[in-house]
Design a protein around this ligand. Structure first.
Ligand code: NAP
Length: 295
């Protein structure tokens, strides 16, 4: 079997077109969704993520409020900015780009964000609501994965899903979302990590594999059941002298070999990645609707 590629760029473009239409309609009613992005310091990867987020906002008509602070910004100053954004009616979503410089207390900052504007879905109030199955802002990468599955026609209900990785931003939330008793859940989920005794044995059972380990070749073809759906979340740099920049990006899955066994597979780049920012826009539009009493 040769896998069909799940084109994350296309799914993201489709969703962004839907969001753009929704934003245009909201604007007719005088509602402009607003996203505030807070970036502390000069980390190049964070800067490029933030620029991509600002561009995406512009593309679909979301008001983007850009807050770039120097690396030596103090905790009190950052907390005061979050407080100001919490109170600003033009702002429906607040995103504090992580990681913060080492001298800042990340969890204190995240706790300060109003849960009603927590479009990253990292505030414990939203995490708790998600776990008990209440309406909440869902974290963007796992929510993007669910959208990729649904929009590719994958049946989640009843599927054996094996997740490799248990981080707070990918592994744990996607596991929680997939076991919910709702129309995007009802899967049977196994979560693997570095203390898992026989990773291959678990992965081999999976109808759907979600690899989020941050290590190339964590999932190889011998671990994949014929016809499985493979979602590769990993983004890893591997040296490549043929590339101008000296490296290329690969996922956690041996893409070439696994493509010969899977029925559907996401590439890296161009799979899960484009969905993450799209779901941030989705949450910001949802937040604006809720603030206007339409959610
Ligand atoms: P993380 O916090 O480093 O967590 C990695 C998880 O994988 C941990 O739970 C770890 O187990 C587990 N793991 C690592 N090596 C393993 C192995 N050999 N066997 C089994 N489990 C293993 O990473 P993360 O933040 O979840 O991110 C994972 C990957 O996804 C990274 O490459 C990241 O860049 C990428 N990512 C992409 C997006 C996107 O939008 N495309 C978004 C987020 C993350 P322990 O808990 O036992 O240490």
């Amino acid at each position: 079997m040769t896998a069909r590629i799940i084109d994350g760029k296309q799914v993201a473009a489709d969703m962004r077109a839907e969001l753009k239409a929704q934003v245009a309609k909201l604007k007719e009613e005088g509602i402009v969704p607003g996203l505030a992005v807070v970036l502390v310091g000069e980390d190049p990867a964070s800067k490029s993520y933030v620029t991509a987020k600002e561009r995406a906002c512009e593309e679909i008509g979301i008001y983007s409020n850009d807050n770039r602070l120097p690396a030596d910004t103090g905790q009190a100053e950052l907390m005061a900015l979050v407080d100001k954004l919490n109170k600003d009616p033009k702002i429906n979503g607040i995103l504090v780009q992580l990681p913060l410089p080492k001298h800042l207390d990340e969890s204190e900052v995240l706790l300060e964000i109003d849960p009603a504007k927590d479009v990253d879905g990292f505030h414990p109030v939203n995490v708790g609501k998600m776990v008990v199955g209440e309406k909440a802002f869902l974290p963007c990468t796992p929510h993007g994965i669910i959208q990729l599955l649904i929009r590719s026609g994958v049946k989640i209900e009843g599927a054996e899903v094996v997740i490799v990785g248990r981080s707070n931003i990918v592994g744990k939330p996607i596991a929680n979302m997939l076991i919910q008793k709702n129309n995007t859940g009802n899967a049977t989920v196994t979560v693997c990590h570095t203390r898992t005794k026989n990773l291959a044995e678990h992965v081999r059972r999976a109808d759907i594999i979600i690899a989020a380990a941050g290590r190339p070749n964590t999932v190889t073809a011998d671990m994949v059941k014929e016809g499985a759906v493979v979602i590769d979340v990993g983004v890893n740099r591997v040296e490549d002298a043929t590339k101008k920049r000296g490296y290329r990006l690969v996922g956690d899955v041996d893409f070439a070999a696994v493509s010969e066994k899977a029925s559907l597979i996401t590439p890296v780049p161009g799979g899960v990645g484009p969905m993450t920012i799209t779901m941030l826009l989705f949450n910001t539009v949802a937040s604006a609707k809720q603030a206007a009493g339409k959610g």
